[in-house]
Design a binder for this molecule. Structure first.
Ligand SMILES: [Zn+2]
Ligand SMILES: [Zn+2]
Length: 397
C-alpha cells in the first residue's frame, strides 16, 4: 500500500475526530454539532466554507493555481435512529442514535484529505469537499442540489465512497453502471365494508382482497418484467382488523420496491396499481394507492469509474481492487449527485470486525447493526485515495 506519509502522521488526530463524531451521533438534518465540528476544522486549516446547503451541509473550497477546472469529493455526516450496544469509551452518548453506517469515518477520511490538500496543494484547480446531511432516508444530496450546490460549486465530476464491512482492509470495490438499487415504498389501502364475522355476506371483506393483491403482485416480478432485469417487491406489513368476530372496513399493504433502472421501477409501479385496482373492482372494493420514489438507482459513469480504478490501484495495488464488484440492493442518495454530474462511487473494505475495541456489542460488524464500528485503519487509506484522486484529476500541466 502506498499511503501518504503526512496523512499517516495525522492518523491519531483523524481517529480523535472520528471517535468524537461517533460519540455524538445526530440524525437527518439535525447534524448541527457535526456540521460545526467539520466547519471549525476546515476553517482552522484555512479552508473557506459554504454552510447552509441542505440545512446542515458544509462545503469546503480548496483552490490552487489558475485553472478553472473543479471536482467534488463527498462524505455523508448523519447517523441512524438506533441504540448502540457497544460500551467502549467512544460509544454513542446520544440515547437511541448511533453511527452504525460509518458516516463518522467517511467524514473523518474526507477531513484528512482536505487537511493534506490545503497544506500541500499539488494540483491545479478547485477541490470542493462536500459534507452532506441526511443520507439515511432524508435525501440530503437532493436537497443540497436543490439549494444550488452545483451552481455554487460548478464541478466537472463528483466522487463518493462507502465503507464495506466483511471485505478486507486495504481493498476497494466498484463497478461501472448500476451499483446500488433504487428504493421506493408503497402504502395501499383496500377499502371494503365491515360486518359481523358471522355474516360475511353482508361485508366486502378487505382482507380477502388484500391477500389476492399480495399474491398477484409477485407475478409482476415473475411474469411482467424481463427475466434479465432485477427487481424486488417485498410486502413488509399487512394491517387489518381488531377483533376475532369483526370483518374490518379496510386493510393496508405496505412495503418496498427496488430495482436497478428507472424503467423497471416504472413498470412495477404501473402493474402494481393496475393489479390492485382491478382486483379490488372484481370484489366490489376500492383501493387507495400510494407509491413513493425515494432514491433513484446509483449508476456509475464508465469514464470516471475507469479513472477511479486506476487511482485505487495506485494506492493499494492491482490485486486489491475489484473492478466488477457485485451490485447491492441497498440504496444511496449519492445517486442524485450522479444524475446531476458524471462521477463514481466506490466501496472501501472495512474488514471483518476484528478492529473493534473491547466493549463492542458482540454482534456482527455489519452496517446498521448495533455492534458496528467504523474501522480506524481505513482513515489514512480513504484519505490517501481522495488526495490521489484529486491530484490526478486536476494534475498540474
Ligand atoms: Zn446506512
Ligand atoms: Zn451509509
Amino acid at each position: 500500500m502506498k499511503l501518504i506519509d503526512p496523512i499517516i502522521q495525522f492518523h491519531a488526530e483523524l481517529q480523535k475526530i472520528r471517535r468524537d463524531i461517533h460519540a455524538h451521533p445526530e440524525l437527518c438534518y439535525e447534524e448541527h454539532r457535526t456540521s460545526d465540528v467539520v466547519a471549525q476544522k476546515l476553517q482552522e486549516w484555512d479552508i473557506p466554507v459554504i454552510r447552509g446547503l441542505g440545512g446542515t451541509g458544509v462545503v469546503g473550497i480548496i483552490k490552487n493555481g489558475n485553472s478553472g477546472r473543479a471536482i467534488a469529493l463527498r462524505a455523508d455526516i448523519d447517523a441512524l435512529p438506533m441504540q448502540e450496544t457497544n460500551t467502549f469509551p467512544h460509544a454513542s452518548k446520544h440515547e437511541g442514535k448511533m453511527h452504525a453506517c460509518g458516516h463518522d469515518g467517511h467524514t473523518a477520511m474526507l477531513l484528512g484529505a482536505a487537511h493534506y490538500l490545503s497544506q500541500h496543494r499539488q494540483f491545479d484547480g478547485t477541490v470542493y469537499v462536500i459534507f452532506q446531511p441526511a443520507e439515511e432516508g432524508g435525501g440530503g444530496a437532493k436537497r443540497m442540489i436543490e439549494d444550488g450546490l452545483f451552481e455554487q460549486c460548478p464541478v466537472e465530476a463528483v466522487f463518493g465512497m462507502h465503507n464495506w464491512p466483511g471485505v478486507a482492509v486495504g481493498t476497494f470495490g466498484v463497478t461501472p453502471g448500476p451499483m446500488m438499487a433504487s428504493s421506493n415504498e408503497f402504502e395501499v389501502t383496500v377499502k371494503g365494508k365491515g360486518s359481523h364475522a358471522a355474516q360475511p355476506h353482508k361485508s366486502v371483506d378487505p382482507i380477502m382482497v388484500a391477500v389476492q393483491i399480495a399474491q398477484s403482485w409477485q407475478t409482476i416480478i415473475s411474469r411482467n418484467k424481463s427475466p434479465l432485469d432485477t427487481a424486488v417487491l417485498s410486502i413488509t406489513q399487512i394491517h387489518a382488523g381488531s377483533a376475532t368476530n369483526v370483518i374490518p372496513d379496510d386493510a393496508k399493504l405496505i412495503g418496498t420496491v427496488r430495482g436497478f433502472t428507472t424503467e423497471v421501477i416504472d413498470l412495477v409501479e404501473s402493474r402494481m396499481r393496475a393489479v390492485a385496482e382491478h382486483t379490488a373492482a372484481a370484489f366490489d372494493a376500492e383501493v387507495d394507492f400510494h407509491f413513493k420514489r425515494n432514491y433513484p438507482p446509483l449508476i456509475n459513469h464508465a469514464k470516471e469509474t475507469a479513472f477511479c480504478v486506476d487511482v485505487m490501484r495506485g494506492v493499494v495495488g492491482d490485486a486489491k481492487v475489484e473492478a466488477q464488484v457485485e451490485p447491492t440492493m441497498g440504496a444511496e442518495d449519492f445517486a442524485f449527485m450522479l444524475q446531476a454530474k458524471p462521477g463514481c462511487y466506490v466501496f472501501i473494505g472495512n474488514g471483518e470486525g476484528e478492529h473493534r475495541d473491547i466493549g463492542h456489542g458482540l454482534g456482527p460488524c455489519n452496517l446498521h447493526n448495533p455492534s458496528y464500528d467504523f474501522n480506524d485503519d481505513l482513515l489514512p487509506i480513504g484519505a490517501t485515495y481522495w488526495v490521489r484522486l484529486a491530484e490526478t484529476y486536476l494534475a498540474k500541466t
